[in-house]
Design a protein around this ligand. Structure first.
Ligand SMILES: Cc1cc2nc3c(=O)[nH]c(=O)nc-3n(C[C@H](O)[C@H](O)[C@H](O)COP(=O)(O)OP(=O)(O)OC[C@H]3O[C@@H](n4cnc5c(N)ncnc54)[C@H](O)[C@@H]3O)c2cc1C
Ligand code: FES
Ligand code: FES
Length: 441
């Protein structure tokens, strides 16, 4: 295809007269109307996931299988999900429906054990403005209650059940035969998952050939050695959720990440992008601050709490790349408690989020690290509050004093996510909840 690598895939699809099914809604990753499925050659064959095509650059589908709603059927046959949506009245204007079908199919193609619950989870990035979700849930349950995968033969099994057409069985071979095309990145703009930069600068990037960090294998690893966990900057939030090693070290992380963006966004959003984007409520940054993380930039290792210099100001020069983030494996018995309050439970950024890493024995706190977002121009380590809490007996007085110290450490502003007073109260409530209720909600 003759276009700049930075062109959003959605714009290319919408310019093709024979591909009218993928819809353009918000262009910000929020509605899911533009959802497509991308199959990428991986270690275990073609690995599929649902993504928002409005935030996906064309350069990122080089050598991949791009599936739009038109690619799910041959002839006039409906897939089981399409048929079920039709039978259950789960589609009225139909604008959201192709995106929902793509998310559901992405779940069948890319989730280890697809079930009714993972199917509904896969719709966390799809918004319907007219039907409502009860009929959608009924339509999904109808299919998933009868669904089973024949083990080891996912593609064949899905073809047999009519979820995907027969050509899918030839895709792996066909991708291998594609000529490799490399376009030099002529523009010095780094794009990782694109889920932040494309919301801000989609038009500007459309004609550019940026540097795609997700192409760099040296930025894609999760490893543990000598008591330290190290995560490459281009690791996606989806990969964090899937990491068995992280699940053992941070048991609540997998569930907490369900509250970060949506399935489509997590498939693309990277850890490095979350840190560098420097949003004051960046969920990963807040968690990593509590974990005492350090970032690797060029040859330097910088404690994460020193990396943020001011609103969107970083200890990093333009053109530098953050390559990895690392943190000490928490002592056994440590608890990482993470909380997030937002206007919607899913697919929303926080009004206030916070994380606390601590131990507690017989009602006495060990060492405490507390971080919070939405209460300052940067994701903040509350050093004084953490220092105060360390070694204290849990009591009403301890909690009240900790809250008073925290109030002195923060400077929340009133904005669309709540007044400064509301955010202050949220943080106090979260500190209390971390201490009294334990981990990960
Ligand atoms: C619908 C939606 C919901 C969202 N919900 C949440 C949420 O709940 N919580 C949350 O925290 N965030 C949320 N986000 C924000 C965003 O998805 C995350 O911050 C994400 O982790 C950004 O990563 P990325 O790889 O997509 O960054 P990109 O968009 O690729 O990059 C962001 C910026 O960082 C730079 N950059 C990226 N990686 C590096 C690197 N390694 N070195 C140097 N520079 C780099 C880029 O040049 C760019 O300026 C949401 C976004 C959307 C669209
Ligand atoms: S157009 Fe709304 S998520 Fe892409
Ligand atoms: S059916 Fe109209 S937006 Fe969902």
């Amino acid at each position: 295809m003759d276009c700049a690598e930075g062109l959003p895939v959605l714009d290319w699809i919408r310019s093709q007269p024979h591909l009218p099914g993928t819809k353009e809604g918000c262009r910000e990753g929020d509605c899911g109307a533009c959802t497509v499925v991308v199959g990428r050659p991986g270690a275990h064959g073609v690995e599929y996931s649902a993504v928002c095509s409005c935030l996906l650059p064309m350069g990122e589908i080089n050598g991949c299988h791009l599936v739009t709603i038109e690619g799910l059927t041959t002839g006039d046959e409906l897939t089981p999900f399409q048929q079920s949506f039709y039978s259950e009245g789960a589609s009225q204007c139909g604008f959201c429906t192709p995106g929902m079908i793509m998310s559901l199919t992405g779940n069948l193609l890319g989730t280890e054990r697809p079930s009714s619950s993972t199917a509904m989870e896969s719709l966390d990035g799809n918004i319907c403005r007219c039907t409502g979700y009860v009929a959608v849930k009924r339509a999904v349950d109808n299919v998933m209650n009868r669904f089973s995968l024949k083990s080891g033969q996912r593609i064949e099994s899905l073809i047999e059940d009519g979820h995907i057409p027969p050509y899918f069985s030839t895709v792996e071979e066909r991708l291998k035969q594609l000529p490799s095309v490399t376009t030099p990145n002529t523009d010095s703009i780094a794009v990782a998952g694109g889920t932040d930069i494309y919301v801000r600068s989609s038009e500007k990037l459309s004609g550019k050939n940026p540097e795609f960090l997700t192409r760099r294998d040296d930025l894609k690893f999760i490893r543990k050695s000598n008591g330290t966990v190290e995560i490459g900057a281009a690791v996606t939030l989806k990969q964090l959720r899937e990491s068995q090693m992280l699940a053992e070290i941070l048991p609540g992380l997998k569930d907490f990440l369900l509250k970060v963006s949506s399935t489509q966004i997590r498939s693309r959003a990277t850890v490095g992008g979350n840190i560098v984007n420097a949003s004051p409520i960046a969920d990963m940054a807040v968690i990593l601050l509590a974990l005492d993380a350090a970032v690797a930039v060029s040859e330097r290792s910088i404690p994460l709490h020193r990396f943020y210099l001011g609103y969107k100001k970083l200890d990093m020069s333009s053109g530098e790349i953050l390559t990895a983030v690392s943190f000490p494996v928490p002592d056994s018995g440590s608890v990482l408690s993470s909380l997030k309050v937002s206007k919607r439970e899913f697919l929303d950024i926080a009004s206030v989020n916070s994380s606390m890493l601590f131990t507690v024995e017989k009602g006495v706190l060990g060492s405490v690290r507390l971080s919070a977002g939405g209460v300052a121009p940067v994701p903040l380590l509350l050093e004084k509050t953490g220092a105060f809490l360390s070694g204290k007996t849990i009591s009403e007085e301890t909690i009240n004093t900790a809250c008073a110290i925290a109030v002195d450490e923060i400077a929340p502003i009133s904005d669309i996510r709540g007044s400064s007073e509301y955010k202050t109260q949220l943080l106090k409530a979260q500190i209390r909840a971390h201490i009294t209720r334990g981990p990960n909600r």
